[in-house]
Design a protein around this ligand. Structure first.
Ligand code: PMP
Length: 400
């Protein structure tokens, strides 16, 4: 396991294209496109300009700001538009560290954060700008509250714990984390990219000081997202991108008006339809999993299955390398958590942090469903998956 990527798909069953990789990027909702089109075709001007053209653009941006704030229980003035959740996470961590007093420069991050948190924290530590400690997770994938308690201290500036994990869908107890973090006088940054639009998330109610989100995870456009904070928290950040002073001086650069309008439209739709969509998608996800398990032996689920996103399942198929399974599932799309780095494949850091062996992590496939997944997708996706796992197991058993 962990050898070169398997790339040549083998034709096993005739299936149309089925997309089950929403956590990587969700398809753009046509209703979002409809709201973006006027901006792209007839929208003129820089949203910072005082003339009527600019002010029309600014008006569209402010409506989007309201909608994004509503999605996370924030306020309009707390929304800082960015080029996605990666940038929002960078701004939260780097911005806070740069503005912090020398006595409070320690960051705590959970072991299963997105790379944009983990690598940013590592770089800050490597550069001597911050001390960083990693909070381990339980076998179910939850941040370990006892470890958090042990690590918290008066030098901790910020704790970064995600709301929902992109690989397993496991939901962290954000309110319990916030209580402990605030008692230690630190800030809580919560990457809610995978949770918003799928389950309720109210930053004021749970006590998150800074929240990251992204357009393309909620059927909006890619390359746009936001960091949402309270006025007090945003004052504790330094900008990462310096320039004309846009977005409260925290994120300079002429605004991506069409993208922001698209993000706002996606946030509005997600807010309105979340409850019904999650129930429908959850039932489809459960059926996919139970059907696969009824037809294949040796398939188990990674991560807690009682507190997780309704759209996500991470399945370990014993004896079947996930990269090979995915290559053979084409044109059904799912994902393996492994990452190609410098020519070799590394297992998912998330699954390994949860205590899975490298072997088990290499045999794990993530299915993530969403708004445009239908009842009619489940049977063909299941049979394609079953055939691919059978095939890969047989090939590996033969040693080919
Ligand atoms: N955080 C999480 C939890 C994610 O799943 C992702 C996307 N994979 C990101 C951050 C990065 O988002 P973006 O693509 O908008 O930079």
């Amino acid at each position: 396991m962990g050898g070169p990527c398997h790339t040549a798909p083998v034709q096993l069953v005739d299936v149309r294209e089925i997309y089950l990789d929403y956590n990587a990027s969700a398809p753009l909702d046509p209703r979002v496109v409809e709201e973006m089109l006027p901006v792209l075709t007839t929208g003129i001007g820089n949203a910072s300009s005082a003339h009527r053209f600019g002010q029309r653009q600014a008006g569209a941006v402010e409506l989007a700001r309201d909608r994004v704030a509503a999605l996370v229980g924030g306020t309009r003035s707390g929304v800082v538009f960015t080029a996605g959740a990666t940038e929002a996470n960078n701004l939260a961590l780097r911005g806070a560290v740069e503005a912090a007093v020398p006595e409070r420069k320690r960051l705590l991050i959970s072991a299963v954060e997105h790379a944009s948190v983990r690598r940013t924290a590592r770089r800050l530590a490597d550069g001597g700008l911050a001390k960083v400690d990693v909070i381990g997770v339980t076998p179910g994938g939850f941040v370990d509250l006892d470890v958090l308690n042990e690590l918290l201290g008066p030098d901790v500036l910020m704790v970064s714990v995600m709301a929902a994990n992109s690989e397993t869908g496991v939901l962290n107890p954000v309110a319990e984390v916030a209580e402990r973090v605030h008692a230690a006088g630190a800030l809580l940054h919560c990457d809610a990219t995978q949770r918003v639009g799928r389950l309720p998330f109210d930053m004021a109610a749970v006590g998150a000081d800074l929240v990251s989100l992204s357009g393309h995870k909620i059927c909006g456009p890619g390359g746009v997202g936001a960091l949402v904070g309270t006025a007090t928290t945003l004052r504790r950040l330094a900008p990462v991108i310096e320039g004309g002073g846009h977005e409260r001086g925290l994120r300079s650069g002429s605004l991506n008006v069409a993208g922001i309008v698209g993000l706002g439209a996606a946030a509005r739709i997600a807010n309105d339809e979340r409850a019904t969509e999650s129930a429908r998608v959850g039932a489809l996800r459960d059926r996919l999993v139970t059907t696969i398990q009824s037809r294949l032996a040796g398939v188990s689920q990674n991560g807690d299955t009682t507190r997780r996103l309704p759209n996500t399942a991470n399945l370990r198929c014993d004896g079947a390398d996930a990269e090979a399974v995915i290559a053979n599932m084409d044109p059904v799309a799912a994902s393996a958590g492994s990452a190609c780095s410098t020519g070799t494949i590394e297992p998912s850091e998330v699954l390994v942090a949860m205590g899975l062996s490298r072997e088990a992590a290499f045999e794990s496939v993530r299915f993530s469903l969403g708004r445009f997944t239908t009842e009619a997708d489940i049977e063909p996706a299941t049979s394609r998956t079953v055939a691919a796992v059978d095939y890969v197991r047989a090939m590996l058993a033969e040693g080919t």
